[in-house]
Design a protein around this ligand. Sequence first.
Ligand SMILES: Cc1cc2nc3c(=O)[nH]c(=O)nc-3n(C[C@H](O)[C@H](O)[C@H](O)COP(=O)(O)O)c2cc1C
Length: 347
Amino acid sequence: MKLGLFMPTMNNGWVFSTNSPQFIPDWFLMEQTALKAEHYGFDFLLAPVKLRGFDGPTEPWNHTLDSFAVMAGLAVRTTRLKLYASVATLTTPPPLCAKQAATIQDMAGGRFGLNIVTGWEKPEYTQMGIWPGDEHFSNRYDHATEYVKIMKELWETGRSNFKGQFFQMDDCMLGPKPKHPIELVCAGGSDRGIEFCAELGDYQFLIGKPEVADLTAQSGRLQKATAASGRRVGAYPLYTIVLRDSVAEAEEAVESWRQNQDFEAVANMMGMASTDTSTDEASTKHIMLGSDGFMFTIGRIVGDAKTVADRLRELSAVHGVSGMMLTFQDYLTDIDRFGKEVIPLLK
Ligand SMILES: Cc1cc2nc3c(=O)[nH]c(=O)nc-3n(C[C@H](O)[C@H](O)[C@H](O)COP(=O)(O)O)c2cc1C
């Protein structure tokens, strides 16, 4: 089972609560997280791209590091881990992204790859005047397809004359060409997003489902798409790990984050601030309390080390799953504990 780690490049990570671990990302945290991940035997790291946060008292994701810069640093600081940086396709012209990726690939000795992000949060892009219009919601994977085709042409041949609906290249040059292929991953959850990855990606991130039957169905969607595209694409479902001495203690921790969730930030994230005209805060709270929005609706694996290891083994055995992609809350402490208590049980 391959193990991946979602890097904590965004403040407070994936729990929007006033009593969950609070942190502002910096290089020290990136470096130590990566070194611990490498030490304990993780296989890859993913650094997300996020350009706007959600305000509220805890300001989740108002403070983020640049995905490419972090991975360039880690390329020279680590020796074994695969490193995936994320590109928001609306922000960077494809030849420039291709060159950044080729440069970091050289620094990493072939361990670098790209997560293609088409963008689901419009204000990230309207804030800087680069939102192409709401048609992007329906054609973003057509846009991304052209984007990737141009990068692949440049990496493989050093030139592109691609002419498409969104991009036109005119004898565009890239040199030196990367010495190692650059893997592509994607995390689209829609049918079109999955189809895009089945056609052009190497791995697909999925929102992990806690039940085997649900994850099997989720992985089956990717299998169906790869059968149509005739390619092999592994699935990496995403889970958040809450590791404590017992299941009850882990559930207690989650419940306390839920009770103290940052309602304002969660509401902003869910887009409710703009769409919900109700001024009744209690009704918003009611909806939020019943949802997992405060933990980003990521599938959870909670409990003591044995329970967590058993669940990871069970879920990773699902057909089509190549490995597990994990998030934690208090990264440095949690990775140590996971590395010492759970990883030995997975071997
Ligand atoms: C593991 C994982 C990583 C993701 N990374 C990012 C990211 O870095 N930036 C971002 O804006 N969205 C990110 N997303 C969101 C996806 O790119 C995608 O927009 C979302 O899953 C919705 O799928 P769709 O585009 O097919 O509707 C990520 C999702 C997952 C599951």
